[in-house]
Design a protein around this ligand. Sequence first.
Ligand SMILES: NC(=O)c1ccc[n+]([C@@H]2O[C@H](COP(=O)([O-])OP(=O)(O)OC[C@H]3O[C@@H](n4cnc5c(N)ncnc54)[C@H](OP(=O)(O)O)[C@@H]3O)[C@@H](O)[C@H]2O)c1
Length: 279
Amino acid sequence: LHASTHSQTIAFIGAGNMASALIQGLIRQGSAAGNLLVADIDTDKLQSLAHDYGIRPASEDEIAAEAEIIVLAVKPQVMESVCASLGEKINQAGRQPLIISVAAGITLASLDQWLGGNAALVRCMPNTPALIGKGASGLYANARVDTMQRQASSAIMEAVGLSVWVEKETDLDAVTAVSGSGPAYFFLFMEAMQDAARDMGLEADLARSLVLQTAMGAAELAAQSKEELAELRRRVTSPGGTTEQAIKSFQADKLEAIVAKALQAARRRSEELAAQGSD
Ligand SMILES: NC(=O)c1ccc[n+]([C@@H]2O[C@H](COP(=O)([O-])OP(=O)(O)OC[C@H]3O[C@@H](n4cnc5c(N)ncnc54)[C@H](OP(=O)(O)O)[C@@H]3O)[C@@H](O)[C@H]2O)c1
């Protein structure tokens, strides 16, 4: 974690899955619990999260008055009302904290408008493996975000995995199609392998274990290697061997085209949702 991010007051609005994951990650990486604030309309959830990590439950007023960084971790449907009330409080307090939104499909233009029009804003697209510290997030900042704030944003998202900056906001639609929705594609592929293994007579538990271990092993092997994915694949694919038969079958069925078409469909939907949210 970037040294300066340790000592900043970071507040979370919405004490749900994503906020819990980030809070856990930040504490694991050395942030002092005393520097973390959290607000939620559900007081039970708020108290239990605050208690679990020793962080301070706070009101929106306190957050508007104190926080240097505010992470908006509520569902997209309630983002407008959260931003409107928070924006008013921040503007009254005459402050300009960094605001990071992790909500899928909500554009910087919408956030900025709802917050009152002069916020330093980062839009982030995380994915669910963030919940176990293995997330992949794409980030994009508006022009009011300075270098220190960019570093702080990266540091926060890196507490739950990989984080990368994209060059333009619309690239987040591609990030959504690749890593945002991506875990489900791998689940689907693993399901299909598991079903095929069972059809071949393997026990369900055994099929599941073999598939999961193979997926993890392949991802780790690729992550640790400097080789291209295609080269790693070729190494498993001996001429005349078993793998070659499967790869030929996938290629005859145009797996690459199937995957490309699916990702395009996800990106189109992400663009549509962003357009709807900005109406
Ligand atoms: N989970 C992921 O891995 C993931 C991945 C990508 C993006 N995201 C984004 O992350 C955001 C949060 O997702 P999540 O899974 O963490 O959702 P979640 O578990 O539902 O957490 C949201 C929390 O915010 C609370 N809340 C609702 N209205 C509020 C308000 N006005 N003020 C304060 N708190 C309020 C909710 O309370 P109630 O339950 O009582 O409504 C809930 O506790 C979403 O925008 C989502 O698009 C999440």
